[in-house]
Design a protein around this ligand. Structure first.
Ligand SMILES: [Zn+2]
Ligand SMILES: [Zn+2]
Length: 310
């Protein structure tokens, strides 16, 4: 499945969210994975009918950002939630970034330079080039927890439990609409919570609280725990519970297990919808899913923001 809606079709003033890669852990090629797509994590965000200006993670799905740029190089920022392969391996293959005059890559502060941390992932003998060879427009910086203004978006960055290195969840807002992104999240690392699904801890609630869209780790089902606890991910059921308790409007199940077939994800989406009930909408992310959030000046929009699927 290809991502390819041109930016020109989006509504002026809207926040647009395009899912370019929705898998966790490793790409999933093959006939059983075509409808949801096999690329790893990358979500493109744009506003005001422009090409994407902000990318959340840079898994292999980042190659699907290039067709959204209308032939121009990417200008903007990439927020890495953490540094696992499925969130970084697309970086050197981002054709839309080769001629860029500015790409700012942010990653959770690690106590050493961001470029040297990335160099451990991209450098011989593991890979032919180092980050400084990506192009003259690329820069790398560590990001602290807290509120930031990045490419005209308000970004809240908070550490969330995962496994194997520091991980951030993000909340991105244009001042009217908001998207929370917790792609890799291990809430059971902080305890079982009241229902055994995992803690609804302060960072998760702050990131997701009242968000129009919550993009959440859906790698496992609750029935797979505790044997999958050590992998550092959440259950679909936890995502539904968090979304309900945080007053989220649309939950997008994300970071699908690479072995989950299209038919299995269909089934998971159906079960999650039954579980959600009420006002919470649930969708399983697929490569190419595009949501457009139009802010509070839209008449008749519930809760101030209209969301439509393109
Ligand atoms: Zn991941
Ligand atoms: Zn991870």
């Amino acid at each position: 499945m290809r991502v390819g809606s041109p930016a020109s079709r989006s509504t002026p003033g809207a926040l647009r969210v395009t899912f370019c890669g929705v898998r966790g852990s490793t790409p999933a090629p093959g006939a059983d994975f075509l409808r949801y797509g096999g690329h790893t994590s990358c979500v493109a965000i744009s506003r005001d009918a422009r090409a994407p200006q902000l990318l959340l993670d840079a898994g292999t799905g980042i190659t699907e950002v290039t067709p959204l740029l209308g032939g121009a190089p990417f200008t903007g920022s990439i927020l890495l939630g953490h540094l696992h392969w499925d969130h970084t391996h697309g970086i050197p293959f981002f054709a839309g970034g080769r001629e860029a005059t500015r790409i700012d890559v942010y990653l959770p502060e690690q106590g050493e330079s961001a470029e040297s941390v990335l160099e451990r992932c991209f450098s011989p003998p593991h890979f032919p080039i180092v980050p400084s060879q990506l192009g003259p427009g690329w820069s790398f910086a560590g990001l602290a927890e807290g509120e930031h203004e990045i490419d005209g978006f308000r970004v809240l960055a908070l550490e969330i439990p995962h496994k194997g290195g520091r991980a951030f969840g993000y909340r991105v807002s244009d001042g009217e609409s908001s998207v929370a992104y917790l792609s890799d999240h291990s809430p059971t690392a902080l305890g079982p919570g009241a229902d055994g699904l995992g803690e609804r801890h302060d960072a998760a609630m702050a990131l997701a609280g009242g968000a129009d869209v919550l993009i959440h780790d859906a790698q496992h089902l609750a029935s797979q725990f505790p044997s999958v606890d050590f992998l550092g991910h959440a259950s679909v059921e936890y995502g539904v519970a968090l979304a309900r308790e945080a007053g989220v409007r649309i939950l997008v199940l994300f970071h699908h297990d690479p072995q989950r077939t299209d038919d299995e994800i269909d089934d998971i989406e159906r079960r999650a919808r039954e579980l959600a009930g009420g006002d919470l909408e649930v969708r399983a992310a697929y490569q190419g899913l595009t949501l457009e959030l139009t802010g509070s000046d839209q008449k008749g929009a519930p809760r101030g923001t209209a969301v439509r699927q393109l």
